[in-house]
Ligand binder design. Structure first.
Ligand SMILES: Nc1ncnc2c1ncn2[C@@H]1O[C@H](COP(=O)(O)OP(=O)(O)OP(=O)(O)O)[C@@H](O)[C@H]1O
Length: 261
């Protein structure tokens, strides 16, 4: 379980980018974080996993203060896909996925076990990256690279998986394939998933609960169906939506509305 209490964050020490946010994420649930650009979604995610230290408040991960945990201790618990993954090096795809196993090595020069090899191969199968294992990551497409970084997260085999816009650059088939893999991991291995979503239909389909941020504060939160209401979404995004029920899936369908058509 992750519990954060009164966390605030400022990038420049002047403006408040997250404002006294308190929230809990339960074991085994899929939380979607939604909200307009600049509302604090990525900042919140980075604080939850210890990448950013809050200027105020604290985060507890399974009963321990994140700020008291080493990077390796956190990496054994949380795999993170950031919005912008850097690849200033030109590693091969499989070498890049293997970096996900560093969290589990106990020495500076880690030995490679069959457990590591299996984890990497499974992660590459899950993401459909196995056929490009010898390609260099600076010589593949944006969507292929996104799947490589997702594979790196899966290879880390952590109980928590945090993904900032996982469908970035992915075509529709790969979007569904990856999100289905995550749903299976949640159901079968009780993993806790936290994803930032801009596509509200994906949030509707996959998330158990939604947290809507606006101006660095919690604007709405609750189970997915209760958050996906026309009034609440209009207030969150300052634009209108139509919401229908899909009788086949029992999920809400969000119809985007143009202001000029
Ligand atoms: N590196 C930075 N330096 C200064 N301010 C930043 C930095 N990164 C983000 N901010 C500011 O912090 C606030 C929250 O940004 P954040 O990236 O968390 O928003 P977001 O909800 O993830 O946005 P998006 O949907 O555009 O990805 C914004 O006002 C943004 O301008």
């Amino acid at each position: 379980m992750i519990k954060c209490q009164d966390i605030s964050y400022s990038y420049d020490g002047i403006h408040t980018d997250l404002d006294e946010l308190s929230y809990s994420i339960n074991q085994g649930e899929w939380l979607g974080i939604i909200g307009p650009n600049g509302s604090g979604k990525s900042t919140f995610l980075n604080i939850l996993c210890g990448l950013f230290k809050p200027s105020k408040g604290n985060v507890m991960l399974d009963g321990e203060f994140v700020t008291n945990m080493s990077n390796k201790q956190i990496a054994k618990k949380i795999a993170v896909l950031s919005q912008q993954n850097s690849y200033t090096y030109s590693y091969e795809v499989k070498e890049t996925v293997k970096l996900g196993r560093l969290a589990h090595s106990n020495s500076f020069f880690p030995s490679w076990s069959t457990i590591d090899e299996t984890a990497v191969n499974n992660a590459m199968m899950m993401t459909g990256t196995e056929k490009m294992e010898k390609s260099f990551i600076n010589e593949i497409s944006g969507g292929e690279r996104q799947r490589v970084f997702l594979a790196q997260c899966f290879a880390q085999e952590t109980p928590y998986i945090f993904l900032d816009e996982p469908s970035n650059h992915l075509d529709l088939m790969h979007t569904i394939k990856i999100l289905d893999v995550l749903k299976e991991l949640q159901k079968q291995e009780n993993k806790t998933i936290v994803t930032v979503f801009h596509d509200l239909n994906l949030a509707s389909l996959y998330c158990d609960r939604l947290l809507g941020l606006k101006d660095g504060k919690i604007y709405i939160e609750g189970n997915t169906d209760s958050v996906l209401s026309e009034d609440l979404l209009k207030g969150l995004y300052d634009t209108s939506f139509q919401i229908l029920d899909n009788p086949e899936t029992n999920k809400k369908v969000i119809i985007y509305k143009s202001n000029v058509l």
